[in-house]
Design a protein around this ligand. Structure first.
Ligand code: FAD
Length: 411
């Protein structure tokens, strides 16, 4: 068995893992970044990135590369539901200024490969096709590394001062640590594909359905990325092949289907299920969880990439300090947990609240009537999902005065 040693082993080279590895390498640590797959690889996603992600990408040094590769600007959101359409832009809300008036949409094959490539250039040892199969534990239960299998099915032992689990919603690391919990009331299935030759503007669209939603965003090359998210029970009841089920729902949703079905599907319809999960702990002696591996709600507000990048930023600040001080215990990572409570937990709570509200059609109908009458309220809602508005801004009466005070058509 081959055995190697690093300061940090990061499991999973999605946005959370690559960003964590890149930041730690820049801080001077030796880092191995493992992924079970090879890049570029597909990842089911709506492929929308909020405005707040763009400065983060600039800081990481990948924004120009992605812009040159054709990342599409997304200047707001159209929400369709209950026979109404409302349109929101990214605006300043209270004291929170929009860093840009747009977010981005980029194919995940391109985005994730670019970030992983940037980590490699910074000195990270990127081990593609390496699947982690277990954790190495010390006598006191502390994590001391990982076991993995190489593409040649060789067993490898990677010893490390610290292990980061960034291996997504089905995290092996979180499972091994015994902290991963499913969220049964949010059991959803997503069907994901892309179309070309669809006339599309510069907005993303969400079409609410009785038991789910469509989300569509324009991506590089003039194509659109399309997700259908359904309650798992609805998907199972239909019992149709994925492509037939998708087309049936597109026909049932003419405001979207009439445009999409005139185009050409350029990717297979891929499915993913049981996305929502939580973890009971995120820091351990010798290990931590970040990104989807630390918990994930549902894609409706399109914030998972922000959570991944922000989580990586908070973790690496805390972990760099701890490692420089010679510490790897869970207590040394308190600032990471405090940052998560401040920056991530309120947004997850907001998303969960939204999910619960969406289960009550009368409530959704009333919300759409209000949104249709108050365009500034739609801008405020869309801006909150843009990740630059701290939720505490919503406690300012002036925010509500602005959002509710200007009816449609008023000067
Ligand atoms: C249908 C859908 C639509 C979405 N739409 C959006 C959107 O529009 N905008 C947005 O911001 N977010 C969206 N999200 C969420 C977003 O995709 C995730 O939050 C984001 O990818 C999380 O990044 P991550 O790095 O934590 O995990 P991932 O991107 O899942 O990366 C995890 C990596 O770990 C690797 N891995 C897994 N197990 C192992 C193992 N045992 N050993 C080694 N490697 C392993 C995987 O191969 C993978 O590359 C959506 C999600 C879904 C499911």
């Amino acid at each position: 068995m081959v055995e190697r040693r690093f300061d940090v082993v990061v499991v999973g080279a999605g946005p959370a893992g690559s960003t964590t590895a890149l930041r730690l390498a820049r801080a001077g640590f030796s880092v191995a970044l493992l992924d079970a797959q090879r890049f570029p690889r597909f990842k089911p996603c709506g492929e929308f990135m909020s405005p707040e992600v763009l400065p983060m990408l600039a800081e990481l040094g990948v924004r120009d590369e992605l812009a040159c590769a054709g990342a599409r600007e997304v200047r707001g959101m159209l929400l369709h539901g209950h026979g109404r359409v409302v349109q929101g832009r990214f605006i300043d809300v209270g004291g929170a200024q929009a860093p840009f008036d747009h977010g981005w949409a980029v194919r995940r094959e391109l985005f994730d490969a670019t970030l992983a490539g940037c980590a490699r250039k910074a000195g990270v040892e990127l081990l593609e096709g390496h699947r982690v199969t277990g954790l190495l534990r010390g006598g006191a239960g502390d994590v001391e590394g990982v076991e993995c299998s190489s593409p040649a099915r060789e067993k490898l032992t990677l010893r490390a001062r610290f292990v980061v689990g960034a291996d997504g919603t089905r995290s092996r690391v979180a499972t091994e640590l015994g902290v991963r919990r499913e969220t049964p009331w949010l059991r959803k299935v997503a069907l994901v594909t892309r179309y070309s030759d669809v006339p599309w503007g510069d907005r993303a669209e969400v079409h609410l359905l009785e038991r789910g939603f469509f989300a569509v965003a324009p991506v590089e090359g003039g194509d659109v990325s399309l997700n259908l998210v359904l309650d798992a029970a609805e998907y199972e009841r239909a019992g149709l092949p994925r492509d037939e089920l998708l087309e049936e729902w597109l026909r049932r949703t003419p405001a979207l289907g009439e445009r999409i079905l005139r185009g050409r599907r350029i990717d297979p319809v891929r499915g993913t299920g049981a996305m929502a999960m939580s973890t009971t702990r995120q820091t351990f002696d010798g290990a931590a969880l970040v990104g989807d591996a630390s918990g994930y709600v549902d894609p409706i507000t399109g914030e998972g990439i922000f959570f991944a990048l922000k989580g990586a930023e908070l973790l690496t600040e805390s972990l760099s300090r701890a490692l420089h001080a010679g510490r790897t215990d869970a207590r040394a990572l308190q600032p990471y947990l405090a940052g998560r409570r401040r920056e991530i937990a309120p947004r997850i709570a907001f998303s969960l609240l939204l999910q619960r509200g969406l289960r009550h059609p009368a409530l959704v109908g009333a919300a759409f009537r209000l949104l249709a009458a108050r365009p500034r309220l739609v801008d405020t809602l869309v801006s909150v999902t843009g990740d630059y508005v701290p939720l505490r801004e919503l406690a300012r009466p002036s925010v509500w005065w602005n959002a509710l005070g200007t009816p449609r058509g008023a000067a």
